[in-house]
Design a protein around this ligand. Structure first.
Ligand code: AMP
Length: 283
């Protein structure tokens, strides 16, 4: 299986895409930070169901990392990623370096309101500015018909939808279901940080969230259900719970029982921060 072509400049990306446009092809973009796993590959599969060509960007975006976070040790494995892109039949990898995305003198930051309030922002205050800025750039660089984002990063998906709506970006945003291991742990590039004992604890996260979501669906009180879930995470072995919250699925405002809901959480295992979310089941 041959590896996809790789371009690392915006000019080369645009040249390839305009060739495809001339042929009347539909184009999908899957933005990633690399260290690809089956979750990413599922996004590419959806992309290729909706478009003729799939571009995958691989860029560890420094502006979404706080100084205390893991930018330097974030896993980077381009050769392996390109092999995975070959199996997934992606057409083109876009692998800009930091100076291509943020040349000297770069001075713009996009700040999205609405769904970015609370949850992640309470703990990573500049995270979504970094995400929105890089996603806006990637969407303007590739100008795809569709772009695929995982529900794994549910708040990010909501922020990206808001960004595209507010800036009239002519792209359809597709949310893709979370891919999990056999024990329910959401696949994540950061799972490589976890050793065996931590993995066993990590696998409790989804179970505990599903239990909370089922209790909420059955009419249990929100405050006590959330507090129970938080306690259960600590009892399972998580050292610190940043949040467990029930939110309205579309706006991420506080959940009310008659609305579509989502339970979202972030918790720490050693130096690794895990996030996950589940839908509140409807009858
Ligand atoms: P990342 O490389 O972690 O920035 O993720 C790139 C894209 O893959 C984002 O849209 C993520 O939401 C999505 N993604 C990450 N993990 C998963 C997963 N387990 N299942 C589905 N999508 C995922």
């Amino acid at each position: 299986m041959s590896r996809p072509d790789v371009v690392d400049s915006v000019a080369a990306l645009r040249a390839r895409i305009s060739d495809w446009r001339r042929d009347g092809l539909r184009i999908a973009l899957v933005p990633t930070m690399g260290a690809l796993h089956d979750g990413h590959l599922s996004l590419i599969k959806i992309a290729l169901e909706r478009a003729d060509r799939c571009v995958v960007s691989i860029f560890v975006n420094p502006t979404q990392f706080a100084p205390s976070e893991d930018l330097d040790k974030y896993p980077r494995q381009l050769a392996r990623d390109l092999d995975m892109l070959a199996t997934a039949k992606a057409d083109l990898a876009f692998t800009p370096d930091v100076s291509e995305m943020y040349p000297a003198g770069f001075a713009t930051r996009i700040s999205v309101g609405g769904p970015s309030a609370g949850l992640e922002t309470d703990f990573r205050p500049t995270f979504f500015d970094g995400v929105a800025t890089v996603v806006a750039k990637l969407l303007l660089q590739a100008a795809p018909d569709v772009a695929i984002f995982g529900e794994k990063d549910y708040q990010q998906l909501c922020v990206v939808r808001q960004l595209c709506r507010d800036l009239d970006l002519p792209v359809e945003i597709i949310g893709a279901p979370t891919i999990r291991d056999a024990h329910g742990l959401a696949m994540s590039s950061r799972n490589v940080y976890l050793h065996e004992a931590e993995l066993r604890i990590a696998r409790q996260l989804n179970l505990i969230l599903r239990k909370a979501a089922a209790a909420l669906a059955a009419g249990a009180g929100q405050e006590e259900t959330i507090a129970d879930a938080s306690r259960a995470l600590i009892a399972a072995g998580f050292q610190k719970v940043d949040y467990v919250k029930a939110r309205e699925s579309l706006t991420l405002t506080p959940w009310r029982h008659d609305r579509a809901g989502r339970v979202l959480a972030a918790a720490w295992l050693g130096k690794t921060r895990l996030i996950d979310n589940v839908e509140v089941p409807t009858a």
